[in-house]
Design a binder for this molecule. Structure first.
Ligand code: DAH
Length: 366
């Protein structure tokens, strides 16, 4: 028994001297582990006489508790020392200014496209898309511009050097109108779609960039006439510019894919020398600005879309999204749209949560 008290004293001294958790664990195993000396003593109780057990039992239990208590206390001390050391290393300077949240803004073109989708969705239009790398059949031929058509030359088209597998010339689409053909072929009729997206022309100055954005509209149904077109455009422009005093002037024009073709002007008023959409038109101090191309879909285009032009009629329209953004939000140089200048984006961009809704206002600024 003297020996076991000696062993206990030795173990407690080792525990006190242990400098790290691994050493401490080795000490624990040597004392309390299966082969440990405390476990051996506990096992020896079974072979003792009842009297011996009564006197030795509590002593052995006390030794076990002393050792395990010392181990736990030393463990806690070592752990808190390790934590202290870690905290001392990883200082946080609370006097530093809070970091700026990662910020970005929604580009006015994206915002205006969302506004347009919202306005037209309310009139039952779905959003359709088509490829920016197009073939000349969808971009021209099926829109009633055969190979010899002079309108092809007006588009300043970017062509690819190679033809596709079907032998069609490949190009960057010059307008969103090919989505009319793709939608008719894919969906059939009746049809009510808008198609916003990028288009490309070899052209560059203050109001032209080689890449810009258009939105196309197409309605195919039975008994469609110019009245439907006019109402749709008027309703759209009123919602977009958020004014009830929008006046339209429809002028006869020419596009190969519509017959008759109509150019749509919107009235403006001069406010501090700047043209503001709304009112105006033929009244004094007002004027007209061209905003849209449109017309009744040409019978040939309906047929190229795989539909019977005796059964189905429709109207179509197309306009520049960038230009709509400029008119609504007051930018005057188109090139700045695509410079990626953070100051411009900060000024003209929209907050991520400024989602246009008809109820909240499609033009609400952040
Ligand atoms: N695609 C024409 C362009 O790029 C715009 C256009 C005019 C589209 C009349 C139409 C339309 O759908 O009916 O200039």
């Amino acid at each position: 028994m003297e020996q076991f008290e000696q062993q206990q004293a030795q173990t407690l001294a080792q525990v006190a001297a242990a400098a790290d958790l691994d050493t401490l664990e080795a000490i624990r195993v040597a004392a309390l582990g299966k082969q440990g000396w405390v476990s051996a003593l506990l096992k020896s109780l079974g072979g003792m006489s009842p009297e011996a057990r009564t006197s030795e039992g509590p002593r052995i239990q006390a030794a076990r508790e002393a050792v395990s208590g010392a181990l736990a206390a030393r463990k806690a001390a070592l752990e808190s020392a390790a934590l202290e050391a870690k905290l001392a290393n990883e200082t946080v300077d609370l006097s530093l200014p809070a970091p700026r949240l990662p910020r970005g803004s929604v580009h006015p073109v994206s915002q205006v496209m969302d506004e347009l989708a919202e306005i037209f969705a309310d009139m039952g239009f779905a959003v359709a898309t088509g490829p920016e790398i197009e073939d000349d059949w969808h971009n021209f031929t099926a829109l009633n511009m055969p190979e010899t058509h002079p309108a092809r030359a007006m588009h300043d088209t970017f062509y690819f050097p190679d033809k596709d597998a079907a032998g069609r010339a490949m190009l960057l689409r010059t307008h969103t109108s090919p989505v009319q053909i793709r939608s008719m072929l894919a969906e059939g009729a009746p049809l009510r779609i808008i198609a916003p997206g990028r288009v490309y022309r070899s052209d560059s100055d203050a109001t032209h960039t080689p890449m810009f954005h258009q939105i196309e509209g197409l309605v195919i149904d039975k008994g469609i006439h110019i009245g439907h077109l006019k109402w749709t455009l008027e309703t759209f422009l009123k919602a977009f510019f958020e004014r009830d005093d929008i006046v339209l002037r429809l002028r006869p024009s020419y596009f190969p894919f519509t017959e008759p073709s109509i150019e749509v002007d919107v009235g403006y008023t001069l406010v501090n020398g700047k043209r503001v959409i709304g009112g105006g038109g033929d009244v004094a101090g007002g004027g007209w600005m061209e905003v849209l191309g449109s017309g009744m879909v040409n019978r040939k285009v309906i047929a190229f879309g795989g539909l019977d032009p005796d059964e189905w009629q429709g109207f179509a329209f197309g306009t520049g999204v960038d230009r709509l953004a400029m008119l609504k939000y007051g930018m005057d140089d188109l090139r700045a749209f695509f410079d990626g200048d953070a100051r411009w984006l900060e000024h003209y961009g929209f907050g991520a949560l400024d989602v246009p809704t008809l109820s909240g206002g499609v033009g609400a600024r952040a």
